[in-house]
Design a protein. Structure first.
Length: 215
C-alpha cells in the first residue's frame, strides 16, 4: 500500500511538471506567433507604404524671371496622403537650416503611386545677381522637405532634400544645369533614418527631426 502511494505521488509530480512544461511551451508559442505577426505586419507596411521624395530638378531660364523647380514623386505602392512640400534656396551651405517649417507649405493633397507634383520658386525667382553668380561658376543650394502620411495612418513621414546647382557653359548664351546632392548628406534625411544626418561643421545640423507645424 505504501509503495502504491509513493508511486502515485511520483506520477502526480511528473504529471504536474509535464503540465508546467506544456504551459510554458504554449506561452512561448503564442509569444513567438505574436512576434512573427508583428514582424510580417511591419514588413507588409514597408513594402506597401508610400515613399515620397524628389524626382527631376529643373532650371528654367528660357522665360523671365528664372525659375527653379523640382518634382515630388511617390515611388511607393499606395497613396501618399496630405502630401505637402517646401522649397527655398541659399547662397551658402552655412545658411541651410537643419529643419524646415511645415507651416510655410500651402499645397496639400493625395499623391497616387507613380505620380508626381511640381513645386517651384515661382513666388521667389532667382535674382539677376544670383543668375550672374551661377554663370560665373558659383553654386546655389536648393533645399526643402516633403511631408505626407501613408494609408496605414500616423506617424507622419517626411523626406528632406538638398541639391547643389552649378552651370556648365556651352557658349556665350547657353548653360547646362548640373545638379548634385549637397555635400556630407546635409539636409538629406528621412524620418525612417534620422541617424543619417551628418552635418558636421557645415550648416546648423543636429539630430533633430524637421519641425512639424501647421496641421
Amino acid at each position: 500500500m505504501k509503495a502504491q502511494l509513493t508511486a502515485a505521488r511520483r506520477l502526480n509530480c511528473v504529471t504536474g511538471v509535464a503540465a508546467i512544461v506544456a504551459f510554458v511551451a504554449l506561452i512561448a508559442t503564442i509569444a513567438f506567433t505574436i512576434y512573427q505577426f508583428r514582424q510580417s505586419t511591419a514588413a507588409l507596411h514597408l513594402d506597401q507604404r508610400a515613399w515620397a521624395a524628389t524626382g527631376d530638378w529643373h532650371y528654367d531660364k528660357v522665360n523671365s524671371p528664372t525659375i527653379v523647380s523640382v518634382d515630388i514623386r511617390n515611388s511607393g505602392k499606395t497613396f501618399a496622403l496630405h502630401a505637402s512640400a517646401w522649397l527655398t534656396h541659399a547662397l551658402e551651405l552655412t545658411k541651410i537650416p537643419n529643419t524646415d517649417d511645415q507651416i510655410m507649405t500651402e499645397n496639400s493633397g493625395i499623391l497616387v503611386p507613380g505620380a508626381s507634383f511640381n513645386i517651384s520658386l515661382a513666388d521667389s525667382p532667382l535674382s539677376q545677381g544670383e543668375v550672374y553668380a551661377l554663370e560665373q561658376g558659383d553654386p546655389l543650394y536648393f533645399f526643402g522637405t516633403v511631408w505626407y502620411y501613408d494609408i496605414f495612418g500616423p506617424p507622419e513621414h517626411w523626406t528632406q532634400y538638398c541639391e547643389r546647382l552649378k552651370l556648365k557653359k556651352v557658349d556665350e548664351k547657353t548653360y547646362t544645369p548640373i545638379w548634385s546632392p549637397c555635400p556630407n548628406g546635409l539636409h538629406n534625411k528621412t524620418d525612417d533614418e534620422p541617424e543619417r544626418l551628418t552635418g558636421g561643421s557645415i550648416g546648423n545640423a543636429s539630430s533633430s527631426p524637421p519641425l512639424l507645424k501647421g496641421r
